[in-house]
Design a protein around this ligand. Structure first.
Ligand code: ATP
Ligand code: MN
Length: 443
């Protein structure tokens, strides 16, 4: 028998008014068994939702009734039968079974409660992710994450961006500062790439004009915060013949589009999470680095000098200030000092101590960094040396600038931070299936 016969529909795909006498088969997990003596309800759960299987003792085969009563929670079953409209049941119907097949019996007790009634620590949930994913809130997060990535791909592909992939095993650091994970590559040392930056720029020299990549980035930073991972997913774009303002516009419009798509396509997942999503208003407010510093300094909790990077506290102060003033959570900080941005950020011609760079911020954290890039080889070489890096290690990259490199700009947006801020999730690990942090390497 083909396994396809085990399931004809998801629980949410059945229209009780239209299905008539057709037999259906649902397959999933035993969410709950309620045995009331004369009647027994088995709640079956699949990825999309739940269905009530109803067995009335007097009307049903005795053996089937007894079998259903004894089902163990979280076992996998397939139920074949007919549909009866029932307003009080999930999705407006109940399934009257002819047949219940037990496909895999769960042990008990379970490592984790799946009903959401008993809360578990994040660590416990991550250790048993397979079962945590059966909880409706966790299930909702990953259905929304899927929708976010799907919408990003749609938006960028429709905007003329080609989807590309760059190597994750590399010979040199993308930029100084961020620590790298060394690995053994045959008899040589190599590293896990911290960003697709250098490769997506090379593609501009290759005439690919507009590219995007959604892929992993690795950062060997030892921080233990709610917004840092050692392996994260970066949404990156690079585009030729446009400046930093043009790619900021692409970014804010993409954010708006993605929020709208999530509202439209996964309202049930938002409802499970109890979220009423508000679409960010475009264009986002643009503060200069100087204005952002002034906000922090006028609040008096911290004293920032020109050339300082923003601390976590200052990000919060500015985010809160912007929210109070505008009611919006997203904004840009533009025109950063050249010296605190990566070497590839283009300085302004008339004031080279400032760069054509930006961060896109959420009220609570940085979501994205971008800039117009330096496309002039001599200037780029000097900037690499200025930052104490060895230009020789960048030879494979620099060569692409000497034979026709167009002016170009781009950004990188952290997928997990994008999702966590959208959903108001406290810890970034909650929006990664199998997070990698300083302590966690398994599962
Ligand atoms: P931060 O200063 O907040 O650590 P960053 O400036 O080092 O971030 P970038 O190199 O600018 O990060 O990377 C672009 C985006 O990628 C960030 O804005 C963020 O959304 C995401 N990102 C970078 N590093 C991490 C990380 N360790 N964990 C999760 N997301 C990250
Ligand atoms: Mn950044």
């Amino acid at each position: 028998m083909s396994l396809k016969n085990l399931r004809t529909h998801y629980t949410t795909q059945i229209n009780p008014e239209q299905i008539g006498d057709d037999k259906v088969a649902l397959a999933g997990w035993v969410h709950e068994v309620r045995d009331l003596g004369g009647i027994c309800f088995v709640v079956l759960r699949d990825r999309q939702g739940r269905a009530q299987v109803t067995l009335v003792k007097k009307k049903i085969d005795r053996e089937l009734f007894n079998f259903a009563r004894k089902l163990i929670r979280e076992s996998v079953i397939s139920v074949r039968g007919s549909i009866k409209p029932e307003g009080k049941a999930p999705n407006g119907y109940e399934l009257i079974p002819d047949e219940i097949e037990l496909l895999n019996e769960a042990e008990s007790p379970l490592p984790l409660d799946t009903t959401g009634k008993v809360d578990a620590e994040l660590d416990t949930r991550l250790d048993s992710r397979f079962i945590d994913l059966r909880r409706s809130r966790t299930n909702a997060i990953f259905r929304i994450r899927h929708e976010v990535l799907h919408a990003v791909r749609n938006y960028l592909a429709n905007g003329g961006f080609l989807e590309t992939s760059s190597p994750k095993v590399v010979a040199t650091a993308t930029e100084g500062g961020t620590a790298l994970f060394p690995i053994t590559y045959f008899d040589r040392e190599a590293f896990l790439n911290q960003s697709p930056q250098l490769f997506k720029q090379i593609l501009m020299s290759g005439g690919m004009d507009r590219v995007f990549e959604i892929g992993p980035i690795f950062r060997a930073e030892e921080h233990d915060t709610r917004r840092h991972l050692n392996e994260a997913t970066s949404i990156d774009i690079e585009a030729s013949f446009v400046d930093h303002f043009d790619v900021m516009e692409i970014l804010e419009n993409m954010v708006e589009y993605v929020y709208n798509q999530v509202i439209e396509n996964v309202p049930d997942a938002l409802e499970v999470m109890g979220i009423e999503l508000k679409v960010p208003k475009t264009p986002f407010l643009k503060l200069t680095y100087q204005e952002a510093m002034d906000i922090v300094n006028s609040h008096g909790e911290e004293e920032l000098k020109w050339g300082d990077d923003l601390s976590t506290l200052s990000e919060h102060t500015i985010g809160e200030h912007v929210f109070q003033e505008t009611g919006e959570e997203h904004y840009f900080i533009i025109d950063w000092p050249t010296e605190i941005k990566p070497f590839y950020a283009m300085p302004y011609e008339e004031k080279p101590e400032f760069s054509k760079s930006f961060d896109m911020m959420h009220r609570t954290m940085e979501l994205s960094s971008g800039a117009q890039r330096i496309h002039v080889p001599e200037m780029l070489k000097n900037r690499i040396a200025d930052q104490g890096l060895d230009p020789e290690g960048f030879d494979f990259y620099l060569r692409a600038f000497s034979y026709g490199m167009p002016p170009h700009s781009g950004w990188g947006l952290g997928c997990e931070r994008f999702v966590m801020t959208m959903l108001g999730v406290e810890n970034i690990r909650d929006v990664v299936l199998f997070p990698r942090d300083r302590r966690r390497l398994s599962p």
